[in-house]
Design a protein around this ligand. Structure first.
Ligand code: ADP
Length: 570
């Protein structure tokens, strides 16, 4: 292509190394806290790339990681795609049979594994699914006693590489990354990221309406690096020349707070559970969050009470964002649009609790069951469809899933534009049921699979959960639909109390709170107190497990007549 380089990841690293050579990368590891700078980092990433190339790995070869968030894992982020190979980050929390499936499906050649995860990998590694793996590399400077073979340690592995290695020419269409969606049902589905997708995703996230990073920020991704590239933060932080802080294996709230204090963290990101954990910790222990300017919360809905608490108690801005593995992953961000000065604090909070507006470069539409677009009025709902340069157009080797979850646009779509104006005609069906308000803020009301249909009417499990979690004595809550003879389905709430509380009184409070704000028939038929909400491998509430574990055992009483959908006055 005349006129310069393609849209690849390498220029981001080039810029950081030249302009910010002494900016730090800090990592909490099993060996203690490690720190070095972009100059050292770039040398080590090139050494890694050189070793991969010397071992004969190149375009089309997948190199996997089975790791937490630390500096060595970050070295693979540029070292692996920089060598022209593809970085496949595996979620170590997946059940063994899923790990077997995805290693075989991706045909991984090398697997980098954390010392604390070696034992976990040994199980699936004993199966034939791992026959194609040529090398295991333990992320440290020693190798523990293990059945993984052949195995070496990371420091010996990269030592043979040349820090002066020259990056090869890379096409922007070349695959740079890969991640499997954890798949609440069925087998995980692979999503590949090309260099261009990651480049475009980095550029949109760096805009003021994305999740921007500046060169004086210190960024700590708590969101795992195995989960959609830690929402792209390692790339955008490098592109900006900012400081990286990695929290290492299984960080507790105390570890995260001390990293924030010691390293002057200004930006962090993670799922709501992480920030709920820190909130609970700080309600009992001392902690200084004064350097922290904003936290990006996504993966599941950030409760309003959480946003309010960080705002008011610590002057930390919660930026609520929505995305998917299929979208590299950022789709919408709930920043405030200009012209909203008329809103009071509660009005602003209302906008900021929604999932937000599409980031620049993304298109979206909301369609009903018949495929017709629904109006943006904050009330009508339908399934959200998206397309854009960093949205995948297919699943890896899964033509049937691709057919089901993508929609090809007819020659003339609902907006009347011809397909020629949109070369990327393929829309991704997100499976999220949403409303969009007049200002363009998306509000997820449910997953298509989780929405509760009672007497033909629809109840948002997400709204009920948020309402319940706003109670001070509630740590976590999940609401699922349970089969019911008359109504089809009825809501049942599973609640984890915060400490030692009077459960009967709490159940009464919750029912009263819901009754005050929602139609009577939204009131859960049962409230069950449990010790913990089961989680998926990505830390989200696993409603499937709840339904399986408790579905049959929850006694759902007949709904009183005045609580039936029909009795509700409009
Ligand atoms: P998995 O966790 O199953 O691997 P993803 O991380 O790709 O899959 O999950 C994407 C889904 O997570 C979205 O379709 C949406 O349902 C949910 N999600 C992501 N961010 C948010 C958010 N801010 N609020 C509510 N739901 C969210």
């Amino acid at each position: 292509m005349p006129g310069g380089a393609d849209q690849t990841l390498i220029p981001f690293l080039w810029r950081a190394e030249r302009l910010y050579d002494d900016t730090e990368i800090v990592s909490r590891t099993h060996e203690g806290r490690v720190r070095y700078d972009y100059a050292d980092y770039a040398d080590r990433a090139r050494q890694l790339a050189d070793v991969l190339s010397a071992d004969g790995h190149g375009r089309g070869d997948r190199i996997a990681t089975f790791c937490w968030n630390h500096h060595r894992h970050f070295e693979t982020y540029f070292g692996v795609p920089g060598a022209g190979t593809q970085l496949h980050t595996i979620n170590p929390l997946l059940p063994d049979h899923h790990v077997e499936f995805i290693v075989e499906n991706a045909d991984d050649r090398v697997i980098f594994v954390d010392p604390s995860l070696v034992e976990k990998l040994e199980g699936p590694a004993g199966s034939a699914a791992f026959d194609g793996v040529e090398q295991f590399v333990v992320m440290g400077d020693t190798v523990p006693d293990t059945s993984l073979s052949p195995v070496t340690d990371y420091e010996s592995y990269v030592a043979g590489g040349d820090p002066g290695y020259e990056w090869p020419d890379i096409d922007e269409d070349q695959a740079a990354g890969m991640c499997y969606t954890s798949g609440t049902t069925g087998k995980p589905k692979g999503v590949e990221y090309t260099h261009q997708m990651l480049w475009a995703h980095t550029m949109t996230t760096l805009t003021p309406q994305g999740i921007p990073v500046a060169d004086d920020d210190a960024v700590m991704p708590v969101v795992p690096m195995f989960h959609v590239n830690a929402w792209g933060l390692p790339f955008s932080t490098t592109a900006a020349g900012a400081k990286h802080v990695y929290p290492g294996p299984s960080p507790e709230p105390a570890d995260l707070v001390s990293l924030i204090e010691d390293e002057g963290v200004t930006v962090s990101a993670g799922v709501p559970t992480v920030w709920l954990g820190i909130q609970q910790y700080l309600q009992e222990a001392e902690g200084d969050l004064s350097t922290l300017e904003r936290v990006i919360i996504g993966g599941s809905a950030a409760p309003e009470s959480l946003i309010r608490w960080y705002d008011q108690e610590h002057d930390v801005e919660v930026v609520h964002a929505w995305g998917m593995t299929e979208m590299s992953p950022i789709g919408t961000v709930a920043s405030l649009k200009s012209g909203m000065d008329h809103l009071d604090y509660d009005g602003e909070l209302d906008k900021r609790t929604k999932q937000g507006m599409p980031v620049p470069g993304l298109e979206m539409k909301v369609v009903d069951d018949d495929g017709n677009e629904v109006p943006w009025n904050g009330e009508d709902f339908g399934e959200l469809l998206v397309r854009g340069p960093w949205v995948t157009r297919e699943y890896f080797e899964r033509p049937r899933a691709t057919e089901e979850e993508f929609e090809d646009v007819p020659a003339s779509d609902a907006s009347g534009e011809s397909e020629e104006q949109h070369s990327s005609g393929r829309w991704l069906r997100t499976g999220d049921v949403v409303t969009v308000d007049e200002e363009g803020y998306v509000d997820i009301v449910d997953r298509t699979d989780d929405v509760i249909k009672s007497g033909g009417e629809w109840i948002s499990s997400v709204e009920l959960e948020n309402a319940i979690m706003a109670h001070d004595d509630v740590a976590e809550a999940a609401v699922v639909g349970v089969d019911h003879d008359t109504w089809g389905e009825r809501p049942v709430a599973f609640v984890v109390p915060a400490g030692d509380v009077d459960e009967d009184a709490l159940a009464g409070d919750i029912q009263a709170m819901i009754e005050a704000d929602y139609p009577k028939w939204w009131r859960p038929d049962a409230i069950r107190f449990i010790d913990e909400i089961p989680k998926t491998a990505t830390g989200k509430f696993s409603k499937m497990t709840l339904r399986e574990e408790y579905g049959d055992r929850v006694h759902v009483q007949d709904v009183p007549e005045d609580a039936a959908p029909e009795a509700e006055e409009e």
